[in-house]
Design a protein around this ligand. Structure first.
Ligand code: WT7
Length: 661
């Protein structure tokens, strides 16, 4: 059977069902009783999970405090140390020799760190950070490639009760600066560079730029030190007094460091994500509730058997998936995992499958965009490797189309592994909707059911449940342990963005459209706001528009997310150029310049796939840009209703201009 053959895709879609094998179910960590327990006593269920999965230095007696919604507190009178939970306690339990990280660099170099070794590294680093003045509540920015030091840095910051803000290495100096400023970071941990697609991609120069006076901003004022890991061996500038080499200070530091317990609501990290406005939001997560749900979901959704499994999540630590399912969930559970530095297709397209074969990966978690990319290359590439160790496959980041889901199961999972499609967000902190691999009969294309202890519904615009076989908006109807505690420095925006829409019902509005099928299973339909999802990464139309408008040639710009076969959505920009520029430059030259410019302003991921130079943008009489119509053009559809446009001719002009390109 060939799932690549789209003609049979229709036959494979909604009607296919895959029940867990009796063998898998018999050995599964999670059984159906979890749903019953959570149903009977939701808070009691989470309290039990938390006590079972974590070590509390001061046990909690309160579970949820929802007296001041939407500001939740979970396990508020308890105290714990997050890093102790991810490291020391495994060593103390006699598992110090278990491998924590099986690291593979892109050039093929390797490092293995046991739990004892990683604990040691984190203790030394914690001592160094403390000496540099980092203490409880201080913010530390982390801008690193996927190397063991990245994991160690997050844990060392957590160990001190400080707050990390990881910035994806693909973000530009400007994006980094905005994040460092917003959080008021005291220290930056970076590397000279990291390996990407066979080359060293420099990082330290971006940090130098971010901290310098530039673009109308003065010199950055809160950062006192920059700690630099040597990885790329690329030349870097050095600022005596500010910059320190990691290898000069960490190995020499003491490996004695006793973890102090912090209250459950002590902030753990800020992670910036795009919203509907130009300014990224600093999503704030705290300690006890976050770690509880990260550990619970990692264990149950992936059926983790820490003694025998080799787990691999391909996400970068710069995204929430890297936080919850590379760092906190797996390490809290004492898992052995692969950490890989590079891209999927370097030096050749089978690299990921080589990694799976080499390390005997049993649980694999990746994004639909990667799966669709592999489908395009053809099944012979994975089939030339031994992938028989795999037993659970996960998907995250965007809806996975049934065709890709089935290909994943058939080709990567040998037609036998459960596939779990996990829906969640930066804001939810951990997985919210997913099958349980030993319990649920899976359905390609549907994320299916809320996890035990999670309450989700699909409602109309005014908050009424749509019921089965209908579509609407996805809402979370009860607080959950790993929920965001706010937007850094902006409580009003937190309320406005997530809680105002369904204030009467007290629901959290996720920003996703969804449908319940006749069985009540959830199908995610994509964002309902001006947020795009490109390769599972969230991008804001407004943010890219403001970058485009900041270019001196641009008069006006509109950005839409157009569906794309591989990346889910792609960034498509419509730009009006100032007359004098239009006369002086070629269209191709301007298009190239603008694409590069967006890359510099935000990062390469935000670079538009297409830039169309147009003479006008479609607007309503009140001046609102009608992006819906531009999306029609970008996706090659017939343009929808243009009656509300101030000038109804505009769209035919734009269609002509796009067609000519
Ligand atoms: C948005 C959150 C969760 C980590 C990666 C992205 C979309 C996420 C799924 C899924 C359909 C999904 C949603 C969501 N999304 N997972 N399994 N099926 N859509 O985190 O950057 O915070 O983006 O990603 O639209 O709102 P994020």
């Amino acid at each position: 059977m060939s799932a690549e053959n789209t003609s049979i895709d229709h036959l494979l879609t909604e009607n296919r069902r895959f029940a867990p094998s009796a063998e898998f179910a018999a050995d599964a960590v999670a059984g159906a009783e979890l749903y019953e327990k959570a149903e009977t006593d939701r808070e009691g269920f989470w309290a039990d999970q938390s006590r079972e999965l974590l070590h509390w230095s001061t046990p909690f007696t309160q579970v949820l405090d929802w007296s001041n919604p939407p500001f939740a507190k979970w396990f508020a009178d308890g105290a714990l140390n997050v890093a102790y939970n991810c490291l020391d306690r495994h060593v103390e339990a006699g598992n110090g020799d278990r491998v924590a990280l099986l690291w593979e660099g892109e050039p093929g170099d390797e490092r293995r760190l046991t739990y004892a070794e990683l604990t040691d590294e984190v203790k030394r680093l914690a001592n160094v950070l403390a000496d540099l003045g980092v203490g409880q509540g201080d913010r530390v920015a982390i801008y690193l490639p996927m190397i063991p030091e990245a994991v160690a840095s997050m844990l060392a910051v957590a160990r001190l009760g400080a707050v990390h803000s990881v910035v994806f290495g693909g973000f530009s100096a400007d994006s980094l600066r905005a994040r460092i400023d917003d959080a008021g970071a005291k220290l930056v941990i970076t590397a000279d560079g990291g390996w990407r697609k066979g080359k060293v991609s420099p990082l330290k120069p971006a940090v130098d730029q971010a901290l310098a006076a530039r673009n109308g901003l003065g010199e950055q004022e809160t950062v006192e030190h920059v700690l630099v890991v040597k990885r790329g061996e690329n030349e870097v500038d050095w600022f005596e007094g500010r910059d320190l080499w990691y290898h000069d200070v960490v190995p020499q530091a003491s490996a004695e460091h006793e973890a102090q317990a912090f209250e459950a609501e002590n902030p753990l990290f800020i992670l910036y994500t795009s919203g509907t406005t130009g300014k990224p939001k600093g999503i704030l997560h705290t300690s006890g509730g976050y770690l509880t749900q990260a550990a619970f979901t990692h264990r149950n959704v992936f059926d983790l058997h820490p003694e025998t499994d080799v787990y691999w999540c391909t996400a970068d630590i710069g995204w929430i998936t890297g936080h919850s399912y590379v760092v906190y969930g797996p390490l809290a559970n004492g898992a052995t995992q692969v950490l890989y530095e590079g891209t999927p297709d370097h030096p050749e397209p089978g690299r990921w499958w080589d990694v799976i074969q080499k390390y005997g990966v049993t649980i694999f978690y990746t994004a639909p965009t990667a799966i669709r990319g592999f489908m395009k290359q053809g099944r012979q590439i994975p089939q030339a490797r031994d992938l028989s160790s795999l037993r659970v496959l996960g998907s995250v980041g965007e809806p996975i189309n049934p065709e890709a889901w089935v290909w994943y199961r058939e080709v990567i999972g040998a037609g036998k592994t459960p596939v779990v499609d996990t829906w969640w967000q930066t804001e939810t902190g951990a997985i919210m909707v997913s099958a349980l691999p030993g319990v649920t009969e899976t359905k390609p294309g549907s994320a299916q059911v809320p996890l035990p202890g999670i309450s989700i519904d699909v409602v109309t615009d005014d908050g009424r449940p749509v019921g089965n076989d209908a579509g609407g908006l996805l809402v979370i109807t009860e607080p959950w342990p790993s929920m965001l505690r706010g937007i850094w420095g902006d409580p009003e925006r937190f309320k406005e963005t997530y809680w105002d829409k369904f204030a009467d019902q007290g629901y959290y509005f996720a920003g996703d459209g969804a449908r319940l099928d006749e069985d009540g299973d959830i199908w995610l339909l994509g964002r309902v706001d001006d947020v795009m999802n490109v390769s599972g990464h969230r991008l804001s139309t407004a943010e890219i528009e403001s970058a485009l408008v900041a270019h001196e040639a641009t008069a006006e710009a509109a950005v839409v997310g157009a569906s794309d076969e591989t990346t889910g959505q792609a960034v498509v920009a419509f730009v009006c150029i100032k007359e004098n520029y239009l006369r002086a430059h070629s269209t191709e030259g301007l298009v190239d310049q603008l694409r590069l410019w967006v890359g510099e302003q935000i990062g390469a991921i935000a670079r538009p796939r297409d830039v169309y130079i147009v003479s006008e943008l479609p607007k309503t009489r009140s001046g609102k840009i009608m992006r819906r119509l531009l999306r029609d053009v970008a996706e090659g559809r017939e343009v929808g209703d243009t009656q509300t446009l101030a000038d109804t001719m505009v769209m035919s002009v734009i269609s002509d201009q796009v067609a000519k390109k």
